[in-house]
Every structure is written in C-alpha cells, then in structure tokens.
Design a binder for this molecule. Sequence first.
Ligand code: FMN
Length: 196
Amino acid sequence: MNEVLKTIKNRRSVRQYQAEQIKDVELTTILEAASYAPSGHNCQPWHFTVIQNKDLLNLMNEKIKEQMRLPQHEWANKMGESSRFNVFYEAPTVIIVSGDETASSPLPLAGTNFHYTPLVDCAGAIVNMMLAAESIGIGSCWLGLVNFFFALPETEKLHIPENYKPFFAVTLGYKGEKVIGQLAPKRKTDIISYIR
Ligand SMILES: Cc1cc2nc3c(=O)[nH]c(=O)nc-3n(C[C@H](O)[C@H](O)[C@H](O)COP(=O)(O)O)c2cc1C
C-alpha cells in the first residue's frame, strides 16, 4: 500500500497524549497542509488559532464541562461530571479552526448559498491537518464539543479575527502509549452504489 493510503487508514482519533510539546517545525508542516485543502472558488476562508497556553486550555475545559453538566445537555452530563474527562485529552496543542463568514464569490448559484462554503472548506482543511499529523507521527482529534465554549463570552480570549466564526478544534500531540496502534472503529460497508 502506498504511504498516503497507509496514512489514511492508520489515522485514528487520538484521546491520550504525552505532555511533551510538538516541535514548531511539525506544527508548521501540519498548518501548511491545512492551507493546501481545496475550497469553494478557492476562497481559502479559514483561520487557525494555535493554543499552547495551558491556563487557557484549562479554563476552556472547565467552561465546556460546566455547560455539559446543564440539564438541557443530558447526553453530555456524564462526561461533564467526570473529573477524569478532559475535553482536549490533555493535548499540548489545540487548533481552533474558524471560517470567514464574509467570503464570497463572483459566481453565486441561483437561489442557493452553495458558492460560499466556509464550514465545508474548513472541514477539508481539518482532514488535511489530521492526515499530515499522522504522516509525521503526531496524534490528533477533531473536536465538536468545543462549540460549548464558542457560545460563551469568554470566546473573546481566542481573538478570532473579525467576521470569522469558530467551527471546530483539533488537538495535536505525541500519542500516549495506550493509543499507539489502536484499531479503527468498524467501517460501514453498505455505502456504495454503482451506475455503469
Ligand atoms: C464533526 C466532528 C466532531 C467530532 N467531535 C468530537 C469530540 O468533540 N470529541 C471526540 O473525542 N471526538 C470527536 N470526533 C471524533 C469522532 O468521534 C471520530 O472521528 C469517530 O469516532 C471515528 O473514529 P476515527 O477518527 O478514529 O476513525 C469528532 C469528529 C467529527 C468529524
């Protein structure tokens, strides 16, 4: 199997990290890969906020868990109440991926908003980032739970550029011992139809 296919198949959501920070050169490689993702009309409507500040990550974790404990988020209550659960899995680097809400293209498709797809474009950038990370031996996990934080006024602390909306976070770090070599969750198989 070629290296790209191996990387795609070996990447897992990593939920245990070593405390050691990743190297700046590794971080740059991963971010550069993100920036090479395709985007609608080549808008490249993404912004990456790199957080390597433990105090800020601890604050975000606490605030998110506070939200997860609220009765209206029943599905998340258990995780919010667990003292062992850390939303970022103690990863030393967390990247917030935000999309430019004002990005526009000269070619709107009639009656749709399909020419402008920052959320989709950012998702592509995240996948590039995670595959690049895996290819250089760094673990990552895509985080939707961080959206609990984006709803709070403390989001100001992230200094997201004006008109950009934070969508997701990605954790980065060297993999913890327990997760090295972990197997992929079973893949659905009945997902393809052919018209030939
Ligand atoms: C949009 C999105 C949001 C996700 N949010 C979280 C999250 O908040 N926490 C988490 O541990 N994993 C999160 N994941 C990771 C998925 O749980 C994971 O990709 C899935 O279980 C398949 O496992 P794999 O990535 O190892 O193939 C998210 C994935 C996606 C695509």
